[in-house]
Design a protein around this ligand. Structure first.
Ligand code: HEM
Length: 502
Protein backbone atom coordinates (compact mmCIF):
# COMPACT_ATOMS: atom_id res chain seq x y z
CA UNK A 1 0.00 0.00 0.00
CA UNK A 2 1.11 3.58 -0.31
CA UNK A 3 0.19 6.32 2.03
CA UNK A 4 -0.59 8.69 -0.80
CA UNK A 5 -4.24 8.03 -0.11
CA UNK A 6 -4.14 9.76 3.24
CA UNK A 7 -1.05 11.91 3.15
CA UNK A 8 -1.50 13.93 0.02
CA UNK A 9 1.56 15.56 -1.45
CA UNK A 10 -0.43 18.49 -2.80
CA UNK A 11 0.39 22.03 -1.90
CA UNK A 12 -1.63 23.81 0.73
CA UNK A 13 -2.09 26.61 -1.79
CA UNK A 14 -3.91 24.14 -4.10
CA UNK A 15 -6.44 23.58 -1.38
CA UNK A 16 -7.19 27.04 -0.10
CA UNK A 17 -9.24 29.90 -1.42
CA UNK A 18 -7.10 33.01 -2.15
CA UNK A 19 -8.77 34.97 0.67
CA UNK A 20 -7.94 32.32 3.24
CA UNK A 21 -4.48 31.97 1.81
CA UNK A 22 -3.83 35.68 2.25
CA UNK A 23 -4.88 35.48 5.83
CA UNK A 24 -2.56 32.51 6.30
CA UNK A 25 0.47 33.82 4.48
CA UNK A 26 2.48 34.04 7.68
CA UNK A 27 2.39 30.24 7.91
CA UNK A 28 5.31 28.29 6.58
CA UNK A 29 4.07 25.77 4.03
CA UNK A 30 6.11 22.68 3.42
CA UNK A 31 4.19 20.06 1.56
CA UNK A 32 6.25 17.51 -0.38
CA UNK A 33 7.12 14.21 1.21
CA UNK A 34 7.61 10.62 0.03
CA UNK A 35 4.65 8.21 -0.10
CA UNK A 36 6.09 5.93 2.58
CA UNK A 37 6.07 8.68 5.20
CA UNK A 38 4.26 7.97 8.49
CA UNK A 39 2.75 10.67 10.69
CA UNK A 40 5.62 10.89 13.15
CA UNK A 41 8.30 10.60 10.44
CA UNK A 42 6.44 13.27 8.55
CA UNK A 43 6.49 15.67 11.47
CA UNK A 44 10.11 14.85 12.27
CA UNK A 45 11.29 15.43 8.71
CA UNK A 46 9.16 18.54 8.19
CA UNK A 47 10.37 19.96 11.52
CA UNK A 48 13.94 19.52 10.33
CA UNK A 49 13.13 21.29 7.05
CA UNK A 50 11.43 24.00 9.05
CA UNK A 51 14.78 24.68 10.71
CA UNK A 52 15.42 25.35 14.38
CA UNK A 53 12.66 27.97 14.74
CA UNK A 54 10.07 25.39 15.89
CA UNK A 55 7.41 27.73 14.49
CA UNK A 56 4.06 26.12 13.71
CA UNK A 57 3.61 25.20 10.04
CA UNK A 58 0.79 23.92 7.85
CA UNK A 59 0.40 20.94 5.52
CA UNK A 60 -2.59 19.19 3.94
CA UNK A 61 -3.68 15.71 4.88
CA UNK A 62 -6.63 13.92 3.28
CA UNK A 63 -7.60 17.25 1.73
CA UNK A 64 -7.63 19.17 5.01
CA UNK A 65 -5.15 21.81 6.18
CA UNK A 66 -3.38 20.72 9.34
CA UNK A 67 -1.17 22.83 11.55
CA UNK A 68 1.82 20.98 12.93
CA UNK A 69 3.03 22.23 16.30
CA UNK A 70 6.57 21.32 17.33
CA UNK A 71 7.45 23.87 20.01
CA UNK A 72 6.93 22.23 23.44
CA UNK A 73 5.61 25.54 24.80
CA UNK A 74 3.00 25.81 22.01
CA UNK A 75 1.98 22.22 22.68
CA UNK A 76 1.55 22.89 26.40
CA UNK A 77 -0.59 25.90 25.45
CA UNK A 78 -2.98 23.73 23.41
CA UNK A 79 -4.04 22.00 26.65
CA UNK A 80 -5.17 25.37 27.98
CA UNK A 81 -7.47 25.96 24.99
CA UNK A 82 -9.68 22.90 25.27
CA UNK A 83 -12.81 25.02 24.77
CA UNK A 84 -11.67 25.85 21.22
CA UNK A 85 -9.37 22.89 20.40
CA UNK A 86 -11.66 19.93 20.57
CA UNK A 87 -11.18 16.18 20.53
CA UNK A 88 -14.91 15.55 20.03
CA UNK A 89 -14.88 15.25 16.20
CA UNK A 90 -11.86 12.92 16.31
CA UNK A 91 -13.57 10.74 18.92
CA UNK A 92 -16.93 10.79 17.09
CA UNK A 93 -15.14 9.69 13.98
CA UNK A 94 -13.44 6.82 15.82
CA UNK A 95 -16.80 5.66 17.20
CA UNK A 96 -18.67 5.96 13.91
CA UNK A 97 -16.02 3.91 12.10
CA UNK A 98 -16.70 1.00 14.44
CA UNK A 99 -20.07 0.80 12.65
CA UNK A 100 -22.30 2.91 14.97
CA UNK A 101 -24.73 5.23 13.12
CA UNK A 102 -23.87 8.93 13.30
CA UNK A 103 -27.25 9.58 14.90
CA UNK A 104 -26.36 7.28 17.80
CA UNK A 105 -22.81 8.62 18.03
CA UNK A 106 -24.24 12.15 18.39
CA UNK A 107 -26.50 10.90 21.17
CA UNK A 108 -23.41 9.84 23.12
CA UNK A 109 -22.29 13.46 23.19
CA UNK A 110 -25.48 14.83 24.78
CA UNK A 111 -25.31 15.75 28.47
CA UNK A 112 -28.44 14.62 30.30
CA UNK A 113 -28.78 16.55 33.61
CA UNK A 114 -31.45 14.04 34.77
CA UNK A 115 -29.12 11.04 34.43
CA UNK A 116 -28.37 9.30 37.76
CA UNK A 117 -24.75 9.07 36.49
CA UNK A 118 -24.57 12.87 36.65
CA UNK A 119 -25.76 13.00 40.24
CA UNK A 120 -23.47 15.07 42.47
CA UNK A 121 -21.35 16.38 39.56
CA UNK A 122 -20.89 20.18 39.35
CA UNK A 123 -22.10 20.16 35.71
CA UNK A 124 -23.74 17.39 33.69
CA UNK A 125 -21.38 15.37 31.47
CA UNK A 126 -22.17 13.70 28.15
CA UNK A 127 -22.14 9.90 28.02
CA UNK A 128 -18.58 9.49 26.74
CA UNK A 129 -17.25 11.81 29.43
CA UNK A 130 -19.21 9.84 32.04
CA UNK A 131 -17.48 6.65 30.80
CA UNK A 132 -14.10 8.39 31.17
CA UNK A 133 -15.10 9.46 34.69
CA UNK A 134 -15.75 5.81 35.53
CA UNK A 135 -12.26 4.96 34.21
CA UNK A 136 -10.79 7.69 36.44
CA UNK A 137 -12.88 6.66 39.42
CA UNK A 138 -11.57 3.08 39.32
CA UNK A 139 -7.99 3.86 38.27
CA UNK A 140 -6.98 7.01 40.19
CA UNK A 141 -4.86 6.68 43.35
CA UNK A 142 -6.96 5.76 46.37
CA UNK A 143 -9.04 2.99 47.81
CA UNK A 144 -10.68 1.77 44.60
CA UNK A 145 -7.38 1.51 42.68
CA UNK A 146 -5.73 -0.29 45.62
CA UNK A 147 -8.60 -2.77 45.77
CA UNK A 148 -8.54 -3.27 42.00
CA UNK A 149 -4.79 -3.90 41.98
CA UNK A 150 -4.79 -6.17 45.06
CA UNK A 151 -7.89 -8.18 44.24
CA UNK A 152 -7.74 -8.31 40.45
CA UNK A 153 -4.44 -7.24 38.85
CA UNK A 154 -1.95 -9.00 41.16
CA UNK A 155 -3.72 -12.40 41.03
CA UNK A 156 -3.95 -12.09 37.21
CA UNK A 157 -0.21 -11.35 36.94
CA UNK A 158 0.70 -14.24 39.26
CA UNK A 159 -1.44 -16.55 37.12
CA UNK A 160 0.68 -15.66 34.08
CA UNK A 161 3.65 -17.34 35.82
CA UNK A 162 1.83 -20.65 36.21
CA UNK A 163 3.97 -22.35 33.55
CA UNK A 164 2.83 -25.89 34.39
CA UNK A 165 -0.79 -25.31 33.57
CA UNK A 166 -2.95 -27.35 31.20
CA UNK A 167 -3.64 -26.43 28.43
CA UNK A 168 -0.03 -25.45 27.80
CA UNK A 169 1.12 -21.93 28.62
CA UNK A 170 1.45 -19.91 25.41
CA UNK A 171 4.87 -18.49 26.35
CA UNK A 172 6.67 -21.76 27.12
CA UNK A 173 8.93 -22.81 24.26
CA UNK A 174 10.44 -25.78 26.07
CA UNK A 175 11.56 -27.10 29.45
CA UNK A 176 15.35 -27.36 29.41
CA UNK A 177 15.67 -29.25 32.69
CA UNK A 178 13.91 -29.66 36.03
CA UNK A 179 14.77 -26.20 37.24
CA UNK A 180 14.83 -24.14 34.05
CA UNK A 181 12.61 -23.40 31.10
CA UNK A 182 12.69 -21.35 27.92
CA UNK A 183 9.95 -18.78 27.33
CA UNK A 184 9.07 -16.24 24.68
CA UNK A 185 9.30 -12.76 26.22
CA UNK A 186 6.62 -11.37 23.91
CA UNK A 187 4.17 -14.14 24.77
CA UNK A 188 4.89 -13.84 28.49
CA UNK A 189 4.04 -10.11 28.30
CA UNK A 190 0.90 -10.94 26.29
CA UNK A 191 -0.13 -13.62 28.79
CA UNK A 192 0.20 -11.25 31.77
CA UNK A 193 -0.90 -7.95 30.30
CA UNK A 194 -3.42 -8.91 27.64
CA UNK A 195 -4.93 -12.25 28.78
CA UNK A 196 -4.60 -11.25 32.46
CA UNK A 197 -6.21 -7.85 31.93
CA UNK A 198 -9.01 -9.32 29.79
CA UNK A 199 -9.72 -11.67 32.71
CA UNK A 200 -10.03 -8.86 35.21
CA UNK A 201 -12.26 -6.68 33.03
CA UNK A 202 -14.46 -9.29 31.36
CA UNK A 203 -14.01 -12.58 33.24
CA UNK A 204 -14.16 -16.13 31.83
CA UNK A 205 -17.28 -15.43 29.73
CA UNK A 206 -15.23 -13.59 27.13
CA UNK A 207 -12.92 -16.57 26.62
CA UNK A 208 -15.95 -18.84 26.17
CA UNK A 209 -17.22 -16.57 23.40
CA UNK A 210 -13.83 -16.23 21.70
CA UNK A 211 -11.08 -18.61 22.89
CA UNK A 212 -8.83 -17.01 20.23
CA UNK A 213 -9.34 -13.46 21.53
CA UNK A 214 -5.58 -12.91 21.93
CA UNK A 215 -4.99 -13.96 18.33
CA UNK A 216 -7.72 -11.56 17.12
CA UNK A 217 -6.30 -8.74 19.25
CA UNK A 218 -2.74 -9.29 18.05
CA UNK A 219 -3.96 -9.29 14.42
CA UNK A 220 -5.66 -5.98 15.19
CA UNK A 221 -2.48 -4.62 16.80
CA UNK A 222 -0.51 -5.18 13.62
CA UNK A 223 -2.94 -3.40 11.33
CA UNK A 224 -4.97 -0.90 13.39
CA UNK A 225 -3.06 2.01 11.83
CA UNK A 226 -5.21 1.34 8.73
CA UNK A 227 -8.28 2.10 10.85
CA UNK A 228 -6.84 5.39 12.08
CA UNK A 229 -5.79 6.49 8.62
CA UNK A 230 -9.02 5.28 7.00
CA UNK A 231 -7.48 3.21 4.26
CA UNK A 232 -10.01 2.04 1.68
CA UNK A 233 -11.54 -1.44 2.13
CA UNK A 234 -9.50 -3.13 -0.61
CA UNK A 235 -6.29 -2.22 1.26
CA UNK A 236 -7.65 -3.06 4.71
CA UNK A 237 -9.10 -6.58 4.49
CA UNK A 238 -6.86 -7.78 7.36
CA UNK A 239 -7.82 -4.83 9.56
CA UNK A 240 -11.55 -5.22 8.82
CA UNK A 241 -11.40 -8.93 9.59
CA UNK A 242 -9.62 -8.39 12.93
CA UNK A 243 -12.05 -5.60 13.81
CA UNK A 244 -15.04 -7.81 12.96
CA UNK A 245 -13.74 -10.63 15.19
CA UNK A 246 -13.26 -8.27 18.14
CA UNK A 247 -16.55 -6.40 17.64
CA UNK A 248 -18.48 -9.69 17.34
CA UNK A 249 -16.87 -10.91 20.57
CA UNK A 250 -17.95 -7.84 22.52
CA UNK A 251 -21.44 -7.71 20.98
CA UNK A 252 -22.02 -11.36 21.97
CA UNK A 253 -20.67 -10.57 25.44
CA UNK A 254 -23.21 -7.77 25.96
CA UNK A 255 -26.01 -9.93 24.56
CA UNK A 256 -25.48 -12.24 27.53
CA UNK A 257 -27.36 -11.62 30.72
CA UNK A 258 -25.11 -9.92 33.29
CA UNK A 259 -25.49 -12.78 35.76
CA UNK A 260 -24.36 -15.25 33.08
CA UNK A 261 -21.18 -13.25 32.46
CA UNK A 262 -20.02 -13.92 36.00
CA UNK A 263 -17.50 -11.10 36.16
CA UNK A 264 -18.96 -8.11 37.95
CA UNK A 265 -16.27 -5.60 37.04
CA UNK A 266 -17.69 -2.36 38.37
CA UNK A 267 -16.33 -0.23 35.53
CA UNK A 268 -17.78 -2.48 32.81
CA UNK A 269 -21.17 -2.66 34.51
CA UNK A 270 -21.34 1.08 35.22
CA UNK A 271 -20.39 2.07 31.67
CA UNK A 272 -22.84 -0.48 30.24
CA UNK A 273 -25.64 1.07 32.37
CA UNK A 274 -24.65 4.55 31.18
CA UNK A 275 -24.73 3.49 27.54
CA UNK A 276 -28.09 1.71 27.87
CA UNK A 277 -29.48 4.91 29.37
CA UNK A 278 -28.19 6.77 26.29
CA UNK A 279 -30.31 4.42 24.14
CA UNK A 280 -27.49 2.15 22.95
CA UNK A 281 -28.27 -1.52 22.25
CA UNK A 282 -25.96 -4.56 22.46
CA UNK A 283 -24.53 -3.81 18.99
CA UNK A 284 -23.44 -0.29 19.91
CA UNK A 285 -22.26 -1.24 23.41
CA UNK A 286 -20.11 -4.05 21.96
CA UNK A 287 -18.58 -1.62 19.46
CA UNK A 288 -17.87 0.98 22.14
CA UNK A 289 -16.20 -1.61 24.39
CA UNK A 290 -14.11 -2.75 21.44
CA UNK A 291 -12.61 0.77 21.42
CA UNK A 292 -12.28 0.93 25.22
CA UNK A 293 -10.51 -2.43 25.20
CA UNK A 294 -8.03 -1.14 22.64
CA UNK A 295 -7.08 1.66 25.10
CA UNK A 296 -6.96 -0.77 28.04
CA UNK A 297 -4.92 -3.51 26.35
CA UNK A 298 -2.85 -1.81 23.67
CA UNK A 299 0.15 -0.39 25.54
CA UNK A 300 1.07 -2.24 28.71
CA UNK A 301 2.39 -5.46 27.16
CA UNK A 302 4.66 -3.56 24.78
CA UNK A 303 6.02 -1.31 27.54
CA UNK A 304 6.84 -4.36 29.68
CA UNK A 305 8.48 -6.03 26.67
CA UNK A 306 10.84 -3.08 26.10
CA UNK A 307 11.72 -2.72 29.80
CA UNK A 308 12.56 -6.41 30.18
CA UNK A 309 14.52 -6.35 26.91
CA UNK A 310 16.67 -3.54 28.36
CA UNK A 311 17.15 -5.53 31.57
CA UNK A 312 18.22 -8.79 29.98
CA UNK A 313 20.67 -7.04 27.65
CA UNK A 314 22.18 -5.21 30.64
CA UNK A 315 22.78 -7.76 33.46
CA UNK A 316 24.16 -5.22 35.96
CA UNK A 317 21.03 -3.08 35.53
CA UNK A 318 18.90 -6.21 35.97
CA UNK A 319 20.76 -7.05 39.21
CA UNK A 320 20.37 -3.50 40.55
CA UNK A 321 16.64 -3.52 39.87
CA UNK A 322 16.24 -7.03 41.25
CA UNK A 323 17.77 -5.83 44.56
CA UNK A 324 15.51 -2.77 44.50
CA UNK A 325 12.23 -4.68 43.99
CA UNK A 326 12.94 -7.74 46.18
CA UNK A 327 11.48 -6.26 49.42
CA UNK A 328 8.13 -5.82 47.64
CA UNK A 329 7.66 -9.54 46.91
CA UNK A 330 7.14 -11.98 49.76
CA UNK A 331 5.64 -15.46 49.41
CA UNK A 332 3.06 -14.65 46.78
CA UNK A 333 2.27 -11.22 48.23
CA UNK A 334 3.07 -8.08 46.23
CA UNK A 335 3.42 -4.68 47.88
CA UNK A 336 2.44 -2.45 44.97
CA UNK A 337 2.75 0.74 47.07
CA UNK A 338 6.41 -0.08 47.70
CA UNK A 339 6.95 -0.79 44.01
CA UNK A 340 5.47 2.52 42.87
CA UNK A 341 7.05 4.71 45.56
CA UNK A 342 10.42 3.19 46.49
CA UNK A 343 11.79 1.63 43.31
CA UNK A 344 13.40 4.71 41.87
CA UNK A 345 15.73 3.04 39.38
CA UNK A 346 12.92 0.93 37.91
CA UNK A 347 10.83 4.10 37.78
CA UNK A 348 13.56 5.96 35.89
CA UNK A 349 13.99 3.11 33.40
CA UNK A 350 10.19 2.95 32.94
CA UNK A 351 10.03 6.71 32.31
CA UNK A 352 12.79 6.61 29.70
CA UNK A 353 11.38 3.54 27.94
CA UNK A 354 8.00 5.30 27.67
CA UNK A 355 9.76 8.34 26.24
CA UNK A 356 11.74 6.40 23.65
CA UNK A 357 8.91 4.11 22.53
CA UNK A 358 5.84 6.38 22.47
CA UNK A 359 4.77 6.99 18.88
CA UNK A 360 1.26 8.53 19.15
CA UNK A 361 0.28 11.70 17.43
CA UNK A 362 -2.26 14.03 19.09
CA UNK A 363 -4.98 15.54 16.92
CA UNK A 364 -7.48 18.28 17.78
CA UNK A 365 -10.14 20.16 15.76
CA UNK A 366 -10.15 23.95 15.91
CA UNK A 367 -13.71 24.98 16.74
CA UNK A 368 -12.92 28.70 17.11
CA UNK A 369 -9.94 30.58 15.68
CA UNK A 370 -7.31 30.35 18.42
CA UNK A 371 -3.95 32.06 18.87
CA UNK A 372 -1.07 29.79 19.90
CA UNK A 373 2.54 30.95 20.07
CA UNK A 374 1.49 34.24 18.50
CA UNK A 375 -0.01 32.49 15.42
CA UNK A 376 -3.65 32.31 14.46
CA UNK A 377 -5.04 28.80 14.09
CA UNK A 378 -8.10 29.05 11.86
CA UNK A 379 -11.46 27.62 12.84
CA UNK A 380 -12.37 24.48 10.86
CA UNK A 381 -8.79 23.21 10.51
CA UNK A 382 -6.90 20.69 12.64
CA UNK A 383 -3.75 20.71 14.72
CA UNK A 384 -1.42 17.76 15.07
CA UNK A 385 1.39 17.10 17.52
CA UNK A 386 3.82 14.18 17.44
CA UNK A 387 4.71 13.04 20.95
CA UNK A 388 7.63 11.17 19.42
CA UNK A 389 9.03 14.34 17.93
CA UNK A 390 8.82 15.94 21.42
CA UNK A 391 10.48 12.90 22.95
CA UNK A 392 13.38 13.21 20.51
CA UNK A 393 13.89 16.94 21.17
CA UNK A 394 17.70 17.18 21.38
CA UNK A 395 17.47 20.44 23.38
CA UNK A 396 16.10 18.40 26.28
CA UNK A 397 17.19 14.80 25.69
CA UNK A 398 20.71 15.41 24.38
CA UNK A 399 22.44 14.41 21.14
CA UNK A 400 21.28 10.77 21.10
CA UNK A 401 17.65 10.99 22.26
CA UNK A 402 16.68 7.69 20.65
CA UNK A 403 18.88 5.81 23.15
CA UNK A 404 17.36 4.70 26.46
CA UNK A 405 19.38 5.89 29.48
CA UNK A 406 18.06 3.93 32.48
CA UNK A 407 19.11 6.52 35.07
CA UNK A 408 18.19 9.62 33.05
CA UNK A 409 15.15 10.48 35.18
CA UNK A 410 17.02 9.60 38.37
CA UNK A 411 19.75 12.11 37.55
CA UNK A 412 17.29 14.88 36.70
CA UNK A 413 13.99 14.64 38.53
CA UNK A 414 12.60 17.72 36.78
CA UNK A 415 12.41 15.87 33.44
CA UNK A 416 9.09 14.22 34.29
CA UNK A 417 7.38 17.61 34.24
CA UNK A 418 9.26 18.92 31.22
CA UNK A 419 7.01 20.15 28.38
CA UNK A 420 8.87 17.75 26.07
CA UNK A 421 7.70 14.70 28.07
CA UNK A 422 4.16 13.54 27.25
CA UNK A 423 3.92 9.74 27.45
CA UNK A 424 0.38 10.03 28.82
CA UNK A 425 -0.86 12.81 26.53
CA UNK A 426 -2.17 15.89 28.29
CA UNK A 427 -5.12 18.09 29.20
CA UNK A 428 -8.53 16.53 29.65
CA UNK A 429 -7.57 13.39 27.71
CA UNK A 430 -4.53 12.64 29.91
CA UNK A 431 -4.45 8.85 30.19
CA UNK A 432 -6.69 7.74 33.09
CA UNK A 433 -4.94 4.34 33.16
CA UNK A 434 -1.45 5.64 33.98
CA UNK A 435 -1.40 4.76 37.71
CA UNK A 436 -2.87 1.33 37.08
CA UNK A 437 -0.42 0.73 34.21
CA UNK A 438 2.59 1.55 36.39
CA UNK A 439 1.50 -0.67 39.28
CA UNK A 440 0.59 -3.57 36.99
CA UNK A 441 3.75 -3.41 34.86
CA UNK A 442 5.96 -3.04 37.97
CA UNK A 443 4.25 -6.04 39.57
CA UNK A 444 4.85 -8.15 36.47
CA UNK A 445 8.53 -7.22 36.16
CA UNK A 446 9.21 -7.66 39.88
CA UNK A 447 7.61 -11.09 40.10
CA UNK A 448 9.72 -12.18 37.12
CA UNK A 449 12.98 -10.88 38.64
CA UNK A 450 12.37 -12.22 42.13
CA UNK A 451 11.00 -15.62 41.14
CA UNK A 452 13.79 -16.35 38.69
CA UNK A 453 17.30 -15.86 40.03
CA UNK A 454 18.83 -16.45 36.61
CA UNK A 455 17.33 -14.88 33.50
CA UNK A 456 19.39 -15.24 30.34
CA UNK A 457 18.86 -14.60 26.67
CA UNK A 458 18.85 -17.87 24.74
CA UNK A 459 21.57 -17.70 22.16
CA UNK A 460 20.89 -18.38 18.48
CA UNK A 461 22.55 -21.46 17.05
CA UNK A 462 25.10 -20.66 14.39
CA UNK A 463 25.44 -23.34 11.69
CA UNK A 464 25.75 -26.83 13.22
CA UNK A 465 27.42 -25.57 16.40
CA UNK A 466 25.61 -26.11 19.67
CA UNK A 467 26.80 -22.82 21.07
CA UNK A 468 25.76 -19.63 19.44
CA UNK A 469 25.54 -15.88 19.56
CA UNK A 470 23.34 -13.47 21.41
CA UNK A 471 20.58 -12.20 19.12
CA UNK A 472 20.59 -8.48 18.34
CA UNK A 473 18.46 -6.20 20.52
CA UNK A 474 14.86 -6.20 19.16
CA UNK A 475 14.16 -3.45 16.64
CA UNK A 476 11.25 -1.06 17.17
CA UNK A 477 8.87 -0.93 14.21
CA UNK A 478 8.39 2.79 13.64
CA UNK A 479 7.53 2.13 9.98
CA UNK A 480 3.80 2.06 10.81
CA UNK A 481 1.89 4.75 12.70
CA UNK A 482 0.76 2.47 15.54
CA UNK A 483 -0.91 4.60 18.24
CA UNK A 484 0.80 4.50 21.63
CA UNK A 485 3.85 2.37 22.35
CA UNK A 486 5.77 1.02 19.36
CA UNK A 487 5.74 -2.73 18.64
CA UNK A 488 8.87 -4.79 18.16
CA UNK A 489 9.48 -5.77 14.52
CA UNK A 490 7.77 -9.02 13.57
CA UNK A 491 10.05 -11.89 14.58
CA UNK A 492 12.20 -9.78 16.95
CA UNK A 493 11.05 -11.63 20.06
CA UNK A 494 13.57 -12.77 22.71
CA UNK A 495 13.72 -16.32 24.07
CA UNK A 496 14.58 -16.27 27.77
CA UNK A 497 16.05 -19.08 29.85
CA UNK A 498 14.53 -18.82 33.34
CA UNK A 499 15.98 -20.61 36.36
CA UNK A 500 13.88 -20.54 39.51
CA UNK A 501 15.20 -18.97 42.72
CA UNK A 502 15.73 -21.37 45.65
C1 HEM B 1 1.86 1.98 29.25
C2 HEM B 1 0.57 2.06 29.16
C3 HEM B 1 -0.21 3.22 28.58
C4 HEM B 1 0.20 4.28 27.81
C5 HEM B 1 1.60 4.59 27.34
C6 HEM B 1 -0.98 5.08 27.53
C7 HEM B 1 -0.98 6.26 26.79
C8 HEM B 1 -2.09 7.05 26.58
C9 HEM B 1 -2.08 8.33 25.90
C10 HEM B 1 -0.85 8.99 25.28
C11 HEM B 1 -3.34 8.81 25.90
C12 HEM B 1 -3.81 10.17 25.38
C13 HEM B 1 -4.35 10.17 24.01
C14 HEM B 1 -4.69 11.60 23.59
O1 HEM B 1 -4.84 12.50 24.39
O2 HEM B 1 -4.77 11.81 22.39
C15 HEM B 1 -4.17 7.82 26.56
C16 HEM B 1 -5.54 7.93 26.71
C17 HEM B 1 -6.32 6.95 27.30
N1 HEM B 1 -5.88 5.84 27.97
FE1 HEM B 1 -3.97 5.25 28.18
N2 HEM B 1 -2.07 4.50 28.13
C18 HEM B 1 -1.65 3.37 28.78
C19 HEM B 1 -2.41 2.49 29.53
C20 HEM B 1 -3.77 2.61 29.71
C21 HEM B 1 -4.57 1.70 30.52
C22 HEM B 1 -4.02 0.50 31.28
C23 HEM B 1 -5.87 2.14 30.42
C24 HEM B 1 -7.10 1.59 31.07
C25 HEM B 1 -7.15 0.60 31.92
C26 HEM B 1 -5.88 3.31 29.56
C27 HEM B 1 -7.00 4.02 29.21
C28 HEM B 1 -6.98 5.17 28.45
C29 HEM B 1 -8.19 5.87 28.05
C30 HEM B 1 -9.62 5.46 28.36
C31 HEM B 1 -7.78 7.00 27.33
C32 HEM B 1 -8.65 8.05 26.69
C33 HEM B 1 -8.80 9.23 27.65
C34 HEM B 1 -9.74 10.31 27.14
O3 HEM B 1 -9.97 10.38 25.93
O4 HEM B 1 -10.21 11.10 27.99
N3 HEM B 1 -4.59 3.57 29.17
N4 HEM B 1 -3.37 6.78 26.98
Amino acid sequence: MTQRSYLTGSRLSDMLSPSLLTSMDHWKMLCRFPPTTTASHLIESLSKKNGSSKEPFAITMAGKPIYLLTNPKDIAETYRHEDTLSMDMVVKDLYSRTGISMDKVNRLFIANPESPHNKGLPRPLHYIDISMEYFRWELSPGESLDRFVNEAAIPAILKAFDFDRTPAHSAVLHNDSDDSLVVSLEHLCIEALISGVVDIYYGPALWKINPDFVHSFMMWERVNWKYIFQLPGFLSKDMLEAKRDLVDTFVTYFEMDRTERDCGNLFVNSVEDTLREAGMGNEEIGRIFFLHSWAILGNMYKTAFWIIAHLVYNPSLLEAIRIEVTPAITKGEVDHQYLSKDCILLDSLYADVLRATMSSPMVRDITETTTIGGKKLRKGNRIMVSYRQLHLNTDVWGPTPELVQPDRFLRDKSLKTNNSYRPWGGGSTLCPGRFFAKKTIFTFISVLLVRYSAIHIKEETVGDNKGGRKPAFPRADFSKPIPGIVSPMMGDDISLILRESD
